[in-house]
Design a protein around this ligand. Structure first.
Ligand code: AGP
Length: 613
């Protein structure tokens, strides 16, 4: 949700800013811009609507020469995507600002600033930051003090980078509600929304904490906390490798990430299971004690992570026998839920920075101190990890495609492990049951590799979607959640309207949607609901739809005219089945999107990490 990069070093910063913006483009890609402090100490800005490539082709990087600069790739909130709304925003050629987040009181600030003759040239909330700091500079010693003074007037969420000819050797960086990281280099220092943007110049990072403000020069970094006290923050060495953020031989990041799933799942299981047991400590040192006390579970998440939580509800109630509720974070945070003592509050998030999920966690902690929190997250240094009592990190690796794939299946693995350990702590899971589940989890990388072999057949099926605008996904039990994830994938990358229904619910309304132009995709595992599902498939078939059925070989769905049946594997268990049946749905969406000709890795209107409301 907007990407920031900035730096101050001993050589021209522009090429680094442009390269960094490309790497941050997954965070937002409707416009981009940069401003550098040139050798004659003036702010020189270039902005373009559209993707970073538009900016790159309009900049002569060698001739835009400055050693200090900040840059931004935008996901629009206030003000439509356009050049005038692109960041950086500048006030009186004196203050340049890039911003990620939303200034909620910008209208009040704008009206105040207009009274003081500040002229607005954009529709953004960000412009009040530039004017606010400029105003403060009139009475402050330097840019740091001015920024400290101005941010006291801002309500909302922000991470910002600020430069000014008034203090040419400095970048000021501040974080409140949106992530910001300092890169510590040999020949300069940098700021970024995500480490991946800086891996060419450093692996040493400082993760700013909430309310921190930093004064950064080429050879010094001073950090002040929310009370204005100077603090030391640990420098951490990133384990990321540059190779992890390339597409390799794949056409898209999404395709690469789909095919990385066997490895991602092995990595997530590594050191979390022994021969036939799940290690409770994998969830934190206090996990055993907390899981023994738990009486209720509340899961909160958004999008794909929410769909993973829906699957977990089935598992946690079935295996651990704990009443489990799940809700999307954006709703939960704004209502007055009854929060019982001894509730385990689980957040699930790839990024760990999703604003709605984070705020839901914060609100729960304020309402009831007797809840425990656990986050299942793919980002080790994220806010959710920092603010949760227990953490389980999925080891999916960097996911760049906006559509989540490997992070979903690794979340499911984490939630399966969780169901077992809570079940053990509650004395609901026998050693034999645990062994069966662990054996199933160990088979996953091989089973996924096998499911991926169906790509050729799925490519043929994807052609069905060429002139289609609607699709229906059906599943029963936990497979309804997998159907929801399949529908979400198809929607977000191919722009085909897709709905998912529990197959038994069809006859209560949605069956009216079925016609020849609405393909129906069904998931048919061999489970206790299979016969019911088969009857539902008959109901659909008699209405003339083209059907695609992904089945367990043991399901033996009877072939019918207009129905494609694709066996995915055979005799899957209740834990492995939802994970394996996700794979053909991911491939189907990917290839349908290719046929529709959409931008698979950067679908319209979306951003990878949603750090605003
Ligand atoms: C799904 O493909 C999307 N990337 C989106 O729904 C995502 O899962 C959601 O925004 C939540 O993000 P998080 O997992 O980083 O919290």
């Amino acid at each position: 949700m907007c990407g920031i990069i900035g730096g101050i070093c001993k050589k021209n910063i522009t090429p680094l800013l442009l390269k960094g913006l490309k790497r941050l483009e997954y965070r937002g890609y409707d416009s981009a811009g940069l401003v550098v402090l040139t050798t004659d100490n003036t702010l020189q800005r270039v902005r373009e609507a559209g993707k970073v490539d538009n900016l790159v082709s309009n900049i002569d990087a060698q001739n835009l020469d400055g050693k200090v600069g900040i840059a931004h790739t935008r996901w629009a909130t206030h003000g439509k995507p356009s050049t005038k709304n692109a960041h950086p925003h500048i006030c009186n050629n004196s203050v340049g600002v890039v911003h990620n987040g939303i200034i909620e009181n910008f209208l009040a600030l704008k009206s105040e600033q207009q009274k003081q003759n500040y002229h607005f040239t954009s529709d953004t909330d960000t412009e009040v930051i530039a004017h606010g700091i400029h105003l403060a500079l009139q009475t402050c010693e330097n840019l740091l003090e001015a920024t400290q003074k101005a941010i006291k007037t801002f309500a909302g969420a922000y991470s910002i980078g600020v430069i000014s000819p008034t203090n040419p050797g400095h970048i000021i960086a501040a974080r409140s509600g949106s992530p910001l990281i300092i890169g510590v280099g040999k020949y300069g220092n940098f700021i970024t929304s995500d480490q991946v943007a800086l891996l060419d110049v450093t692996k040493q990072f400082i993760f700013l904490e909430e309310g921190d403000i930093a004064d950064i020069s080429a050879n010094s970094i001073s950090i002040f906390d929310k009370n204005g006290l100077q603090v030391e923050r640990e420098i951490k060495t990133s384990k990321l490798k540059n190779g992890q953020i390339s597409k390799g031989n794949y056409a898209h990041y999404m395709q690469k990430e789909i095919f990385e799933q066997p490895q991602a799942i092995s990595d997530t299981l590594e050191s979390r299971i022994t021969k036939d047991k799940v290690m409770i400590e994998a969830f934190g040192n206090d996990a055993q004690q907390i899981f023994q006390q738990v009486e209720h579970i509340q899961i909160i998440a958004c999008g794909t992570s929410y769909n993973a939580g829906l699957v977990a509800k089935y598992w946690l109630e079935d295996i651990a026998k704990i009443p489990t509720h799940i809700e999307v974070a954006s709703e939960y945070r704004y209502r007055n839920p009854v929060i019982l003592d001894n509730t385990l509050f689980i957040t699930i998030s790839q990024s760990g920075e999703t604003a709605d999920t984070l705020e839901a966690l914060r609100s729960v902690k304020k309402r009831n101190a007797a809840v425990h929190s656990l986050t299942i997250c793919n980002s080790a240094e994220s806010s959710l990890v920092c603010e949760s009592e227990l953490t389980f990190l999925t080891h999916a690796g960097v996911e760049i495609g906006v559509a989540s794939t490997k992070t979903f299946t690794t979340q499911l693995v984490a939630l399966a492990l969780l169901s077992v350990v809570i079940g053990k702590c509650q004395k609901q899971v026998s050693e034999q049951q645990e062994k069966v589940i662990v054996d199933g989890l160990k088979r996953l990388p091989g089973l996924i590799a096998k499911a991926l072999e169906q790509e050729g057949q799925i490519i043929k099926l994807a052609k069905t979607f060429k002139n289609k605008f609607n699709a229906l996904f059906l599943g029963r039990g936990a497979m309804h959640a997998i159907a929801m994830e399949g529908a979400l994938k198809l929607k977000e990358i191919s722009y085909i309207h897709a709905e998912a229904y529990p197959a038994g619910e069809l006859k209560h309304g949605p069956i009216a949607l079925i016609d020849r132009d609405t393909p129906v995709i069904a998931i048919a595992p061999k489970d206790e609901l299979l016969d019911k599902l088969k009857s539902n498939l008959q109901e659909v078939k008699s209405r003339g739809s083209h059907m695609i059925v992904f089945e367990d070989e043991a399901s033996n769905v009877a072939p019918m005219e207009g129905m494609d049946i694709i066996p995915i594997t055979h005799n899957l268990g209740r834990i492995t089945a939802p994970i394996i049946f996700t794979i053909p749905l991911q491939l189907l969406s990917y290839h349908a999107a290719l046929i529709k000709g959409t931008d698979v890795d950067q679908p319209r209107n979306l951003a990878k990490s949603v750090t605003v409301e």
